[in-house]
Design a protein around this ligand. Structure first.
Ligand code: PLP
Length: 367
């Protein structure tokens, strides 16, 4: 057994030793060194989203906390209080956006499809046509509930054609699936440090259209989640308003260097694709079935149906796999019995082959 399990989970995930080692120093949050670190990270994140360095049209605003914090910050900051959001739902994270709207007092309409069906672009267009009160649309790029790929580019196009603003939750896809803001009209894309960028958890960021950001003062109902205020303060001082997650940012800087060395979004996406194919091929050989068809499957996380057999118990399966050095994730589907295995993090093809071998051994033990 290995010392630490490999995390086949959608984040927090397995990080490189060098990324962990980057957290061994303490940083003064007001030091010029740390101010530069924050600025460097923001410029790199913008570049990953296709934002040019000459007269950039979008700005990265980071915020302390997990992914949900930045999703909530984006809704609360960018959606005026009297506006209405159309939320596209095909899983738990779309549902969470609707809950955020509700709690933050933003009117919201839901367009929901089954967890294995992407939203239909013409339905979105129709909804926008019928309801002139809708000002914003929010959708998830890779819905991590199942691992499904939603057609973000096409949705962005119809939202822009209808003159509305688009907010993308790219939490589990940013850094591995292409998302170029020069080509995709959107008000903001949000993600966090601890998924495809392979940093550690603790910071999220929103890459926001400069015009939208400039108009967003006074929208937020929260002090700590106000991205406008955070941006204003960073512009003035280069500093975070409240205690920044210094070590998390140092780790993210190292993780971004490793991302670049791997060939950026393309290189990272290629390794995840290989991980995913190795996993699916191996698991199918053992008789497991995937929830999603190949064309909707992202190389981020794979949902497998649990075997239809009384002897299969997820808790036992999980514990036994953990004993062999692999931590997996329970299913999150509302209807079907399933479990999930992540393909992201500091993992390669051999790790995925070993994971499949461990599953085979555990299934044999469980008869
Ligand atoms: C698409 C998506 N959105 C939002 C979140 C919420 O992030 P967190 O759990 O870090 O708050 C996740 C987490 O997995 C996610 O996958």
């Amino acid at each position: 057994m290995m010392d630490e399990p490999l995390l086949l989970t959608p984040g927090p995930l397995t990080t490189s030793k060098t990324t962990k080692e980057a957290m061994l120093s303490d940083w003064g949050s007001r030091s010029s060194k740390f101010i530069k670190l924050t600025a460097d990270i923001c410029r790199k994140l913008e570049a990953l989203a296709g934002v040019g360095s000459v007269s950039p049209k979008h700005t990265c605003v980071p915020i302390q906390g997990s992914g949900t914090f930045v999703v909530e910050a984006a809704i609360d900051t960018l959606v005026p209080r009297d506006s209405k959001v159309l939320v596209l739902i095909n899983g738990a994270y779309g549902r969470r956006i609707a809950k955020i709207c509700e709690i933050n007092g933003r009117d919201c309409k839901i367009l929901e499809t089954a967890e294995n069906i992407p939203p239909a672009v013409d339905h979105v267009a129709e909804c926008l046509k019928r309801d002139p009160d809708i000002t914003h649309v929010a959708a998830v790029h890779c819905e991590t509930t199942s691992g499904i790929l939603n057609p973000i580019e096409n949705i962005a196009r119809v939202v822009a054609e209808a003159g509305r603003l688009f907010i993308i939750d790219a939490m589990s896809s940013f850094g591995a699936l292409p998302l170029n803001l020069c080509e995709i009209p959107c008000a903001a894309v949000v993600a966090s440090s601890n998924k495809c960028l392979e940093g550690v958890p603790g910071v999220g960021f929103a890459i926001i259209d400069n015009n939208v950001l400039a108009r967003s003062g006074g929208n937020a109902t929260s002090l700590s989640l106000d991205l406008f205020d955070q941006w204003q303060n960073m512009k003035k001082t280069g500093q975070w308003r409240f205690t920044p997650p210094t070590h998390v940012l140092a780790a993210l800087q190292q993780a971004l260097l490793e991302h670049e060395a791997e060939g950026g979004v393309e290189g990272r996406g290629r390794r995840y694709q290989e991980n995913c194919q190795t996993l699916i091929k191996g698991m199918k050989r053992l008789g497991f079935r995937t929830y999603l068809p190949g064309h909707l499957q992202t190389p981020v996380i794979v949902t497998f149906y649990s075997p239809n057999d009384n002897k299969f118990n997820f808790e036992i399966f999980y514990d036994k796999l953990l004993g062999r050095g692999f931590e997996i994730y329970p299913g999150k589907l509302t209807r079907e019995n399933s479990f999930r295995m992540g393909c992201i993090g500091h993992l390669n093809k051999l790790d995925m082959e070993n994971a499949v071998e461990a599953v085979a051994a555990v299934m044999l033990e469980m008869k």
